[in-house]
Ligand binder design. Structure first.
Ligand code: PMV
Length: 323
């Protein structure tokens, strides 16, 4: 095949962010906003990249110089994914790659992991090197670590498997949960968070006070385990309570923000079962479990506080070939 197109979903962290970096479990759901990646074999020895969502149009890089530090930020995940794939299989070829996203990279929906997974999957199809999910995971996760230095890989797993997943760092455990679509409301604060910075901030706090922060991680881990059970039972009321408890602990980790608190309080006021930030914190999105008949009111109260409602469906399908 000379050209293929694939798509991979974005994600939302439901429970367990940050603690997952320290070996505790988390729960993530894939959302129906997808990243699309088209890969085409080209003559010559260059990678030509079109990623208009991140202002990269017609960027050309030599294959023997992929992932150089001087490359624009928006090209790194693609270049390093190509490099890692080619090195694994001893492939040399020119390529043209185009990426296009259904969602803004500002939301924190995991555009880096979705694009990385999309590139690895598309390359495996174009060069006819069949890879199972675990092999796609390993290549993609190593790419994320090469570019970003930190991360549990939960977002990579969501992009590959889709659905709703109970996850332990580095893919030590990837358990797809048999749950239906979740009654979630998602509010964007309008503030872009930088995940590696927040992960480092929590790491510094942990270094300063291992006892206290370690206990917070343990409690987050316990909440995540409880949430897994509640999810399997479809007990959204309980899940709301667990979200509120998780949020208290995230604030103790000092990754809350006034904008997040405003929207979370608004959601509770509007009748949500419970609400919390989702992801690294400091900005990006908050999420709330809501009774069906309160969803509209919750959305309205969030908007009144300056949040932008993002319509998502949870449990979206994992990476797949497009016709
Ligand atoms: O900012 P996001 O949505 O990519 O979430 C980061 C979640 C962390 O647990 C803080 C980091 C990680 O890789 O697990």
């Amino acid at each position: 095949m000379e050209r293929v197109e694939v798509s991979a979903p974005g994600k939302l962290m439901l429970f367990g962010e940050h603690a997952v970096v320290y070996g505790r479990p988390c729960i993530v759901t894939a959302v129906d906003h997808r990243m699309r990646v088209a890969v085409e074999i080209a003559d010559g020895d260059n990678l030509e990249l079109y990623a208009p969502d991140v202002d990269v149009v017609g960027y050309v890089e030599r294959m023997n110089n992929l992932g150089g530090k001087e490359a624009p930020k928006g090209t790194r995940f693609v270049s390093v994914a190509v490099r890692n794939f080619f090195n694994s299989f001893g492939i040399k070829s020119g390529l043209k790659i185009e990426t296009r996203s259904d969602f803004s990279s500002e939301f924190g929906f995991g555009s880096s992991s979705a694009v990385t997974v999309g590139v690895i999957k598309a390359l495996s199809e174009v060069f006819e090197k069949p890879l199972d999910n675990k092999k796609i995971f390993n290549l993609s996760y190593n790419t994320i670590l090469d570019v970003q230095g930190v991360g549990s890989g939960f977002d990579v797993a969501a992009a590959i498997w889709g659905g709703t997943i109970y996850f332990v760092t580095g893919g030590k455990k990837i358990e797809p949960l048999a749950v239906s679509e979740l009654p979630l409301v998602v509010g964007y604060t309008g503030v872009k968070a930088d995940t590696p910075t927040l992960v480092r901030q929590v790491a510094n706090f942990y270094e300063e006070n291992k006892g206290l922060v370690g206990k917070i991680f343990d409690s987050v881990g316990d909440i995540t385990k409880e949430s897994r059970k509640a999810l399997l039972k479809g007990d959204y009321k309980r899940l709301g309570k667990l979200m509120d408890e998780n949020q208290v602990l995230l604030e103790k980790l000092r990754i809350g923000s006034p904008e997040l608190s405003n929207l979370i309080l608004a959601a509770r006021k509007g009748g949500a079962y419970g609400a919390k930030l989702s992801g690294a914190g400091g900005g990006d999105c908050m999420i709330a479990f809501v009774p069906k008949d309160s969803a509209k009111l919750v959305e309205k109260t969030i908007e009144e506080k300056g949040g932008k409602i993002i319509n998502v469906r949870t449990g979206a399908r994992g990476v797949r070939l497009e016709d």
